[in-house]
Design a protein around this ligand. Sequence first.
Ligand code: SF4
Length: 309
Amino acid sequence: MNAPDLYISKSAIEAYLRCHALYHFRYPLGARPLGRKPAPMVMGNVQHAGFNEGFLGRHGDLECMLHHMESHPDWDHLTKANQLISEAVLTAAHSVFQPFRDAVEVEYAEVKLARDDEHVFLNQVGDDETCLVRYSVTCDAAVSEGDDRYLFELKTKQKAPWGNDWDRAEVSLQKQMFVTEMEEYHDFSSSGVWWQFFVQPMQKKYAPPTNGKGEVEWLRRTVDMMATDSDDWFPKRFFKRHATLEKNAKRDLTRLVDMLIYEMQRGPEYAQNRNSCFDFKRKCDFYNVCHKDPRLINDKKLFQLRKDR
Ligand code: SF4
């Protein structure tokens, strides 16, 4: 049996659970849709670069944070309005970083764990020892506070987090994978995962003037508003700790990965789950490939395929 091209990450497992065909397009085939990404996603990415500098960087002053954000490769893809909003978010958020920096010690920033393994992630499945598993999981940082060590992760959102978000963070796949990996292979015993949510203003409601005039004044007002009413943007449940990984969560993860490996070893037949074509209120990137013409996957104007294919 040929070794399957198996890529395991949080996003890969989520894609597989959503639709096997989606996993196949994104990972073994490595198809990336060309064209613009949705603005909230791009804003989240560029702001993340600034937040990380604020929380974890060596300097953490506003100028450095703005510099990191504006150096992000996607910065130029934002509209002027979204750039201004992102600057306003970072400026208003700046004051909340210092308490964090005073309280913790950063052990690792931007932790990326990746490895190519000749055997299966946690369990050996079947007899095929040539199975190659590429495994990757990332986290913003590992920090310690007193004797406690945490994995640290930032999330940007468009609405204030509520109970459900904290619950989802508690059972998130990323947490399960990261804690398992760190405990099993890196001798890092964590007390849990520390999440921080940031809320960014909705563009429609807070967009600056479109006539190009008064943008500076708009920015000043937005920053004032966010600083005055900061609980809306930087919620009071500022630092949230989670207990360490429960035993059954680790078992579930093991099962999930085993299932993925088993499916991959079975061969190149990938079931479409058409119930997921509009998940998260967004049309799947591969909709036309599945619903119109499978050959579109080779259209160089629509998709970039991984080079080694
Ligand atoms: S369009 Fe639907 S069936 Fe096709 S990959 Fe996406 S979710 Fe799966």
